[in-house]
Design a protein around this ligand. Structure first.
Ligand code: HDE
Length: 730
């Protein structure tokens, strides 16, 4: 067979790397164009169908009507079975330093290289139209369009998963989705089937701790961590492999909302996270994350008290620190939601040379599922040709035909080896960048069973609970009390209490109190459905092991970044007669720090300041709500204060902001409005700067110090310390 000496399109590093330019070829801008049918004929009348006479029947020959309606009838595709509700954005990734000592992945080896990315954030359980603020895991899927093909890091905002083996995934999803008889409830895990499943699935104990924590109700996609969950492999050019866990660390810190607030936002603005991401990017406040890696040498595989292949376990950061190796910046909104965010197809099996898999049984199952799901969702095997899914490098192989094929392949051959076309397209050697799977030695029997090293389901669930701040623990107890309180079947509640008691007795007792039940004693052997009856109890010992980490700082959100108010939403409440000077001073200072400031008044239009100046109103009490803001400032001015004091919506706004532990600042001249709230009489009599920073309330006539304190308070995000002692109805 004739052999050529050169290969036409190997993948040199100097290819056109710009995904935006590549997408341009597919962009349709209708500005200044003529209206046409899909076969390109100009349309003369798009307002009337073709009829027999003025009032006559519509004619079958009306190809314009038929084409338009038929296309419309087919506009929807099946939504994703999980992660249906999502929001996407374009961006770039750059590695800080050459990582070639651990991986040969080219995009991680050249700090000068900017790799385009597309990211899709999502909730898991809800339908496409469901609320962003459901208590749920968030998907965090990143497609890197690298010079060596696409690498998809299809992760979540929680580092572990519910199950250890992919075979349980359909059961898990069936249990959490709305119940099959009445399709209730939407986008919520607070129902019988979910908790029935969990109560029989102790391996989910650790994940359930994360799900019941405030991580499940993020303030913003921009303020979430991301995790690859499974242990992957890095392989360097010498073929030396190490284990790797991927992390995304948001530069704005990790922040959440309160559960009561989340439920309110779901009504006031179900698109809250989608809008937040879109608006931040439109405003040029580009969200940023650092890519983190935890690297474990091959020879250290068995040095931990847990199995690296078990996706219900983390590697505590105290044991293996997270190295921050690069930065991702999201800098462009999609042009078209359907074409990009809906049609993007991620696949955990999209890896590039230098990144490889491990035998995590959950990961292995995912490797099958993601292609399979796109076949039904995107209608056939050619979904990789949809513009958003195309790599920035050329694709050549002998795959052909199928629904909606776009490529016009030239030539006679669609097979290899071939002699007719000199064996093109040709295989690529490893040295030239061909993918070679890691040469892992496997010497085993075929079995259908779980490794003993996967049996301990409770140690890390307990580690997570113990690592939470007092407020975070309270929220977790409240979340469990809420969710199990919505469960109708008492036996499910009781069984869950039994399971929780193996994590922490105090936690179980607190939830039991809320449910009006006692904690039953359910032996571990009875709970461990995935553990064979003859297993040695030593393998699933729930008690703290000697030398085991009791707490991990990194698991609490309380220690994350709190030094910026950029993009935080601040409400200024005002009415006619407001002190315009002080209002402008506070507003300007907040805007200068990058905050988004809205003036909220009893009605839209303008208000007249006490200096007789018209001030533009951004929202009225009807269109705004405190749950859509991070902090409130009450401007001064005698008439404004009198109006706001008498305006129930203004008082409610303040009460609610207080209840949700937000920063509140007031000009001393507006004190009468504060006096009308529930919380005023609960405030400490004496205020020092320290109390202000603990309680998050400042009232002052000295605007300069007020503004400075207010900015520090907003950066602290929430004042959970006041939540229990100063609880108010709102
Ligand atoms: Fe997924 N998952 N998953 N998953 N997953 C899907 O693929 C699946 C799992 C994750 O924004 C589906 O295109 C199985 C873990 C994200 O488009 C589907 C198992 C993690 C997204 C699928 C898992 C994820 C998906 C549905 C257990 C975190 C949204 C639509 C073996 C590491 C991607 C689709 C996007 C989507 C299967 C478990 C993350 C059906 C079988 C663990 C972020 O293929």
């Amino acid at each position: 067979m004739a052999k050529k000496t050169t290969i036409k399109d190997t993948r040199p590093i100097k290819q056109d790397n710009d995904k935006t330019t590549k997408l341009e070829a597919f962009v349709a801008d209708s500005t200044g164009t003529k209206l046409t049918t899909n076969h390109g004929v100009n349309i003369n009348d798009d307002q009337n169908s073709l009829k027999a006479g003025d009032r006559g029947a519509t004619l079958l020959e009306d190809f314009i009507l038929r084409e338009k309606i038929t296309h419309f009838d087919h506009e929807r595709i099946p939504e994703r079975i999980v992660h249906a509700r999502g929001s996407g954005a374009h961006g770039v990734f750059k590695v800080y330093e050459d990582m070639s000592s651990t991986t040969r992945a080219a995009f991680l080896c050249d700090p000068g290289l900017e790799t385009p990315v597309f990211v899709r954030f999502s909730t898991v359980a809800g339908s496409r139209g469901s609320t962003d603020l459901a208590r749920d895991v968030r998907g965090f899927a990143v497609k890197f369009y690298t010079q060596e093909g696409n690498f998809d890091l299809v992760g979540n905002n929680m580092p572990v998963f519910f199950i250890q083996d992919a075979v349980k995934f359909p059961d898990l999803v069936h249990a959490v989705k709305p119940e099959p008889d009445n399709e209730i409830p939407q986008a919520a895990s607070a129902h019988d089937t979910f908790w029935d499943f969990i109560s029989h699935m102790p391996e989910s104990a650790h994940m359930v701790m994360w799900l019941m924590s405030d991580r499940a109700i993020p303030r913003s996609y921009r303020m979430m961590e991301g995790f690859g969950v499974h242990t992957f492999r890095f392989v360097n050019a010498q073929g030396v492999a190490s284990f790797v866990k991927f992390h995304w660390k948001p530069l704005l810190g990790v922040h959440s909302v309160a559960w009561d607030e989340a439920q309110n936002i779901s009504g006031k603005d179900p698109d809250f996270h989608r809008r937040d991401l879109w608006d931040a990017i439109e405003a040029g406040a580009f969200p940023e994350w650092e890519l983190g890696v935890q690297i474990v040498a091959e020879e250290d595989e068995f040095k931990f008290g847990f199995d690296l292949l078990d996706p219900t376990k983390i590697i505590p950061e105290e044991l293996v620190p997270v190295q921050r190796v690069g930065k991702m910046t999201l800098n462009r909104n999609p042009d078209n939601f359907f074409a990009e965010t809906e049609q993007v197809a991620f696949h955990v099996g999209h890896v590039v040379p230098g990144i490889d898999f491990t035998n995590d049984p959950l990961l292995q199952g995912r490797l099958f599922s993601y292609t399979d799901t796109q076949l039904i969702r995107l209608g056939g095997p050619n979904f990789h040709e949809i513009p958003i899914n195309r790599p920035v490098v050329p694709v050549h192989n002998n795959q052909r035909d199928g629904y909606m094929r776009q490529t016009i392949n030239r030539g006679k051959t669609s097979y290899g080896p071939n002699g007719i076309a000199a064996n093109d397209p040709q295989q690529v050697t490893a040295a030239d960048g061909g993918f070679v799977s890691y040469n892992e030695r496997i010497d085993a029997r075929k079995i259908r069973a779980r490794s003993r090293s996967f049996f301990d389901h409770f140690s890390q669930a307990r580690l997570f609970f113990n690592s939470q701040s007092e407020a975070e623990k309270n929220h977790l107890i409240d979340a469990l009390s809420f969710e199990l309180g919505k469960v109708k079947m008492v036996e499910v509640r009781t069984r869950m209490l039994g399971l929780l008691s193996h994590i922490d007795k105090g936690l179980a007792a607190a939830v039991a109190y809320s449910l009006g039940l006692h904690v039953p004693l359910i032996p571990l052997e009875e709970l461990n459905s995935s553990v064979p009856a003859d297993a040695d109890p030593a393998d699933y010992t729930p008690e703290q092991k000697e030398g085991e980490l009791a707490k991990s700082e990194a698991l609490s959100m309380s220690g994350t970044v709190k030094d910026t108010i950029a993009t935080r939403r601040i409400a200024i409440l005002a009415a006619d007669g407001v002190d315009g000077k002080s209002l402008s001073k506070v507003k300007d200072a907040l805007v200068a720090e990058g905050a988004i400031v809205h003036i909220i008044a009893p009605k839209l239009g303008t208000i007249l300041s006490q200096e007789d100046q018209q001030i533009q109103v951004d929202e009225s009490f009807l269109t705004a709500a405190s749950v859509l803001y991070d902090a409130v400032y009450l401007a001064g001015g005698t008439n404004s204060s009198a109006t706001l004091e008498a305006e129930a919506n203004a008082v409610h706004f303040l009460n609610e902001a207080f209840k949700h532990c937000k920063a509140i600042a007031a000009d001393v001249a507006a004190i009468q409005v504060l006096e009308a709230t529930y919380f005023y009489k609960k405030l400490p009599d004496e205020y020092s700067q320290e109390t202000v920073l603990r309680e998050g309330i400042v009232v002052s006539e000295d605007l300069s110090s007020l503004v400075a304190l207010f900015i520090r308070m907003i950066a602290l995000h929430r004042f959970w310390d006041r939540e229990v002692p100063r609880k108010i109805p709102a």
